[in-house]
Structure formats: structure tokens, C-alpha cells
Design a protein around this ligand. Structure first.
Ligand SMILES: O=P(O)(O)O[C@@H]1C[C@H](O)[C@@H](CO)O1
Ligand code: HPA
Length: 304
């Protein structure tokens, strides 16, 4: 990547254009030749939520270091493994560790696995993350079903789709108004209700910021006023890329901390606290995701 900040180089370093279609294909073909699983469902595990992958049966697991063209994880709580296996009787592929913009990855790299998932035959993507709450009614430990997102880097021109459009994946100008599939959200809400989770389940708007620093108080107030219920440092680019290539998406945020909007507040957040809360709720999330996957029909829609 060019380090001279010349304007003609900026989009290249932040989009998918540094990856040729052949590279996505090579990665997908390598994976398909190393596992018998043919997943229709992909899962991305957020910070501290890698245990979701442990629920997969008959696992084939690959370290990111061994997969051709795959980026590498650098963040604590993101193991760096791609796990294939069965969940709720369905073949799944699970990223135990995702890539963030703040690690120095281009958005093309951040979203590289999503396009590989598409080439593997994935139809439904479940993205999870750890996030801080902005909504006053949210509590630490809540699960937020993502209804929509505000992509702050995207609004500022940092979008994985910048550059020549790869028509084999999707259109130049993809709509995003239905990025978070309504039927999947309904299914998740119903499962939460039947499992007795209703008192700690929310449906709201996720806001992505670049990170890696947590928000200032003024920033938190701004994002809340803009309509965000929770804030985090991932997910939006993955969802943009997934929606572009026609994947159905369910997004789940685990609320790991309250983001302070009050100058008198002395509470602060760190990554250790985020991981602690993720760990506490990962079994609950695992139950929800397993049941949801079990209820998907082969095309990723609701079973009768
Ligand atoms: O990968 P996610 O979005 O779950 O990770 C969140 C955002 C930062 O990477 C980290 C901060 O603790 O957790
Ligand atoms: O408060 C937060 N802000 C941004 N990202 C986060 N990821 C977990 N908690 C937070």
C-alpha cells in the first residue's frame, strides 16, 4: 500500500480492488479441496465470541496463516481460525476472528472472507460483534439484533466497494435499505422469546467507527443523536460487502459496556472488560445462533 497519502492511491488501499477475482476463487477452491463441508451458512465471531465456533460438529479447522491470500488476525480475542462443521444439522463455516480497519487492514482485506464465503456457496451470513451501548435503556449483557447500521467510515468514503465494480459479485450501486434481513430478524426475536431471553434482547441501530480508541463523550453524544443505539469498530464493511453479493444477513451485537455520555461519569471501558462480558454471554449467543441455523431451510429462509 502507498504510504505517501497521494489522493490517487487512497481508494486502492481501502477497497477490494487490490484483490483480483481469481484470488477469491483460488482461496475458495483451496478450502473446498481441503474439506468435505459445503456450507450454506457463514458466521463471523466478534471479540471474545469465538466459542460460537466450538459448537460446530465434525470440525475441519484451518489457521488463517495456512489459507492462501487470507489476512491475519492481530487482536486478542480473535483466534485466527476458519472452522467448518455442522450446526443444527446444517453445514456452516465460522470465522473465529475477524479483521478490523484499525489493525491496518484495507477494507478489501477486511471483507475478503465474505466474498470467499459467497464463492463457497454461503447464502446466509450471521455477523456478531461486541459493542458499547448508547441507548439509555440498554444494559451490559444485552443482545441487540441489528436492524440497521450507520457506517461512519463509509459515509466518509472508506467503503470496501470503492474501485472498479466486480459485476460477478454484484451491481455498481447496491441498495442497503434491506441489508439486515427482516425474516431473519423476526426469527431471531421469536427464538429469543421462546428461550426466555426477552428481558435482555433489543433491536436497534449499530454504528461503526474506525477505532481503535473508544469514543470521547462528545462523540458518544453525537452518535446517539444521530440515531445509533450501539457503537463498535466492525461489521458495517462486512455487511455492505455481503449485501452487495446477495447474502442474507443477520447481525447480533453483544452489549459489553455502556458508553458514557456524561462528563461526571468516572466509569471507563477497556478491551479486557469487553472480552469478560463476551465470555459471560457467549453460551447464550451460541444457543440463539444454533437454533436459528437449525430453523433455516436449505436456501437460508425460514423452515415451515
Ligand atoms: O470484532 P468486534 O467488533 O466484536 O470487536 C470490538 C470492537 C473492537 O475490536 C474491540 C474493542 O474492545 O471489540
Ligand atoms: O464502547 C465501545 N465502543 C466501540 N467499540 C466497542 N466495542 C466494544 N465496546 C465498544
Amino acid at each position: 500500500m502507498c504510504l505517501n497519502s497521494c489522493s490517487s492511491c487512497v481508494p486502492e488501499g481501502n477497497s477490494s480492488m487490490e484483490t483480483s477475482h481469481d484470488e477469491y476463487l483460488q482461496t475458495a477452491e483451496w478450502l473446498l479441496s481441503h474439506t468435505a463441508h459445503r456450507p450454506k451458512v457463514g458466521v463471523i465471531c466478534g471479540s471474545g465470541l469465538g466459542a460460537l465456533a466450538d459448537a460446530l460438529k465434525s470440525q475441519d479447522s484451518f489457521s488463517y496463516t495456512d489459507i492462501p491470500h487470507f489476512p491475519q488476525s492481530t487482536v486478542q480475542g480473535h483466534a485466527g481460525r476458519l472452522v467448518f462443521g455442522e450446526l443444527g444439522g446444517k453445514a456452516c463455516v465460522c470465522m473465529q476472528g475477524r479483521f478490523h480497519m484499525y489493525e491496518g487492514h484495507s477494507l478489501g482485506k477486511v471483507t475478503f472472507p465474505v466474498r470467499v464465503f459467497k464463492l463457497l456457496g454461503v447464502e446466509t451470513l450471521i455477523v456478531t460483534n461486541a459493542a458499547g451501548s448508547l441507548a439509555n435503556s440498554y444494559k451490559t449483557g444485552d443482545i441487540m439484533i441489528i436492524k440497521d447500521h450507520i457506517n461512519v467510515p463509509g459515509l466518509a468514503g472508506l467503503n470496501p466497494l470503492i474501485g472498479p465494480n466486480d459485476e460477478k459479485f454484484g451491481p455498481r450501486f447496491p441498495p442497503m435499505s434491506g441489508a439486515y434481513d427482516k425474516a431473519l430478524r423476526r426469527m431471531a426475536l421469536d427464538i429469543c422469546k421462546s428461550r426466555g431471553y426477552s428481558q435482555f434482547v433489543q433491536e436497534g441501530v449499530y454504528c461503526m467507527v474506525g477505532g481503535p480508541n473508544f469514543e470521547t463523550i462528545a462523540e458518544a453524544r453525537l452518535l446517539h443523536k444521530l440515531g445509533a443505539d450501539a457503537v463498535g469498530m466492525s461489521t458495517a464493511p462486512e455487511v455492505v460487502s455481503a449485501s452487495h453479493c446477495g447474502l442474507k444477513v443477520l447481525g447480533l451485537s453483544l452489549i459489553t459496556n455502556r458508553v458514557t455520555k456524561d462528563y461526571e461519569d468516572t466509569e471507563s471501558v477497556d478491551h479486557g472488560k469487553v472480552l469478560g462480558v463476551s465470555k459471560m454471554r457467549s453460551e447464550t449467543l451460541q444457543g440463539l445462533v444454533s437454533e436459528l441455523v437449525a430453523q433455516l431451510d436449505i436456501n437460508g429462509t425460514t423452515a415451515e
